[in-house]
Each structure stands twice: as C-alpha cells, then as structure tokens.
Design a protein. Structure first.
Length: 199
C-alpha cells in the first residue's frame, strides 16, 4: 500500500518545492494562516498540506509555527547554492504527468514525453525558453553534489585548466572556480544554453 500510494507523498513534496514554500520559510518561520495567504492556499487544504510535510519530516511545527528542517533548509531553499529543487520542479511540472501513461509505454514501447508525437526530444524541449531553463535547472540540481565532490576530491593542484562539456548552468565550472583560484576553464554546450549559462 505504501508503494501504491507513494505518489501522494511525492506530489506533496513536489508541490511544496514548486510553490517555493521552503524558500519562503528559509526567510522566517510562519504560521498556517500567513502561509496560506502568501501561497493562495485554500483553507480546506492548507493545514493538512503543511502538516503532511511535517509528518514526512520536511517541515517542523512548534506552537502552530512552521519552519524548515535542516535538510530542507539546505537543499530546497532556492537562494542557497546547495539548492537541488530544480529537478523536483521539473518532476512536478513536466515529468509527473508523463508517468500517468506508463502502462501505455509498456504496451507500445513509445516514449511518453515530448517525443511522443514523433518529434525530436531536445528540439521540443528547447523550443520554449521557460522549458529549457527548467530543464537546465534540473540538470544543475542533479549535478551540484557531484560538482562539489569533484572540486573537493580531485587533485586539482596538478592541473591549470579544465573544460566542462554539456554542463547546463555551469555547476562544475563554478564549484571548481570557487575552490581553486589557480584554475582557468569554461564550458561547452549547445548555443541555446549560452544565455542561461551566462545568467
């Protein structure tokens, strides 16, 4: 039953990330009424939504005031360099719906994403600036931990330069530059990625 209903917990967390709840609570803890107003949550669901996040270990609640846990504060506050929620945002906005046709994919073998109508996956994904930015944020969220480990564990003192190929928003080059002032380097990616990398 836990596995079968697992999407309930998943979508609760994904919606909280999509709303920016953890980023807001990183500024200051807040009560249910002020959070409901801030995020335009209906009174029928707001308390249950927040309390579900408490029961999942994603929020703390003391005397009716909600706050982030140490993990959500570190990994789900959009203003921190350790933010990993880009992938969760993409899961909520893009991937979640595709999984509703998983059984169809098992029967047909056909992709259930942007390539389903027979188009080019990346061409379709990159057609929308907002879609491309969301995809790159997701890739950054997935690679940030690895980028930090690469910067910390590889013997960079033996090298003077580096290049990252297909590095999305530049998680690896940024972490290398922050950790090793003697290095010079950059990133190669598709032309459409350039403005988002520069940003």
């Amino acid at each position: 039953m836990q596995v079968g209903f697992g999407f309930w917990a998943s979508k609760t967390l994904l919606s909280a990330v999509e709303l920016g709840l953890f980023t807001e609570l990183a500024k200051s803890p807040a009560d249910e009424k002020s959070l409901a107003k801030k995020f335009n949550l209906h009174s029928r669901s707001s308390r249950d939504f927040l309390d579900a996040l408490v029961s999942m270990g994603m929020l703390s609640r003391n005397d009716g005031v909600y706050s982030n846990t140490p993990d959500t504060d570190l990994f789900l506050d959009r203003n921190k360099p350790s933010y990993m929620g880009g992938m969760m945002e993409m899961c909520s906005r893009r991937l979640y719906g595709y999984w509703s046709t998983f059984t169809e994919a098992l029967h047909t073998g056909q992709p259930q994403n942007e390539a389903k109508p027979g188009g080019d996956f990346f061409k379709a994904l990159y057609a929308s600036p907002e879609g491309l930015k969301g995809f790159l944020k997701a890739m950054t969220g997935l690679s940030l931990g690895s980028a930090m480990a690469i910067a910390a564990k590889f013997p960079w003192d033996k090298y003077k330069s580096f290049i990252d190929v297909g590095g999305a928003q530049g998680a690896v080059p940024v972490q290398l530059a922050l950790a090793h002032k003697h290095l010079t380097g950059g990133e190669f990616d598709l032309p459409e990625v350039g403005p988002i990398f520069e940003e």
